[in-house]
Write a protein that binds this ligand. Structure first.
Ligand code: PMP
Length: 352
């Protein structure tokens, strides 16, 4: 007998990338973290934390943070909702909108695996619309699925491709329910769907400080949508879903755009170099707009390579699922880390 709901008992459970214990000497290129530390201004605020900040409950609406977002992104502060990472907001959206087994949760695949997990937890039905090999946007099938929510990651993980704004606009116009544009990797791309939030009352754009700002450990993300929709979502949000430290440090991070932009520029340059070097080794590599690349090894031995790299202290991401099981997703590291990866892959592919 199981003590939990049948749909939970039936679930395999979401398995995130391996997270070695802090202090472990590993080249970690499996979770699309930023290889550079957060802004020195974040560290300065951390040093100066007053005990009072920790004694009191945090601001449930993180208004200082929202104000900083408003100033930097040019969206009104009351169009912003904060989350304990954008995962928290994805969870909140599914809890608020999934219609049990009536209207489905819809998304094109392959994409971020958490969408499926969150739907299974409800339980809600899911319609997965496969991307064609050239990643043309499957607008018709997405619309036809009539989702309570349609999730679109852009840039998408693990493919790294970007969905055109015109495609997202068509989807927003034609979709029956919410369209959630997950822009976790937008800092590494050109453009954004943020303007659609003003045009359509069914569009939510999600962002995170885990990637461009190098704060994955802090757990801070935010969503932008119209205040009427946010008022509904606030009913579902945990009152204190984001802690006081995250609000204070996240505000400092958002205000230091120059530092973030400098990190992003280095990562984009390394992404180009990594792509080129992998191709020289015979890998097929998609052009990526994220801080990672999706690479198919020439001998089709992705799982073996993943294991062999792991043995040498280099973690990359391997997905044991159709269409991805011949590929590796490799986060862009520092130049030094990328060189170590390429050196290891050169040895391994030449030995094979
Ligand atoms: N969306 C996508 C597409 C992601 O890949 C990730 C994290 N890997 C997230 C959202 C979640 O990011 P976080 O919860 O750290 O903000």
């Amino acid at each position: 007998m199981s003590y939990v709901r049948p749909n939970i008992a039936a679930m395999a459970g979401y398995v995130p990338g391996e997270q070695p214990r802090p202090g472990t000497d590993i080249i970690k290129l499996n979770s699309n973290e930023n290889p550079y530390p957060p802004s020195p201004q974040v560290i300065e605020v951390l040093r100066q934390v007053e005990p009072e900040l920790l004694r009191r409950y945090p601001d449930p609406f993180a208004r200082n943070f929202c104000q900083a977002i408003a100033e930097v992104l040019g969206v009104p502060a009351d169009w912003v909702i904060v989350g304990n990472g954008s995962d928290d907001l994805l969870n909140l959206l599914v809890r608020a909108c999934a219609d049990d087994l009536a209207r489905p949760i819809v998304y094109p695949t392959p994409t971020y695996v958490l969408y499926r997990t969150l739907a299974a937890l409800q339980p809600a039905t899911v319609v997965e619309v496969p991307y064609p090999d050239d990643f043309q946007f499957p607008l018709k099938d997405l619309v036809a699925a009539q989702g309570a929510i349609t999730f679109i990651a852009s840039p998408n993980s693990p493919s790294g491709h970007v969905v055109a704004l015109s495609d997202l606009r068509d989807l927003a116009q034609q979709a029956a329910g919410l369209v959630v544009v997950d822009e976790a990797y937008v800092d590494f791309a050109e453009g954004s769907a943020l303007s659609l939030v003003q045009e359509f009352d069914n569009v939510v754009v999600l962002r995170t400080l885990s990637k461009g700002y190098g704060l994955a450990g802090l757990r801070l993300g935010f969503g932008v949508a119209n205040p009427a929709l946010l008022a509904e979502l606030f009913k579902v949000k945990d009152s204190y879903n984001v802690d006081a430290l995250a609000i204070a440090l996240g505000t400092a991070a958002i205000r230091d755009q120059a530092y973030k932009n400098a990190c992003v520029a280095k990562i984009k340059a390394s992404r180009a170099a990594l792509t080129k070097e992998l191709r020289q080794l015979g890998f097929t590599v998609l052009d990526s707009h994220g801080n990672f690349v999706l690479a198919t090894p020439p001998q089709g031995n992705a799982e073996q390579l993943y294991l062999a790299l792991k043995e040498q202290g280099i973690l990359v991401r391997y997905f044991k699922q159709p269409r991805l099981d011949d590929k590796l997703r490799i986060s862009v590291g520092t130049e030094e880390q990328n060189h170590a990866l390429i050196a290891a892959l050169t040895r391994l592919t030449q030995a094979a």
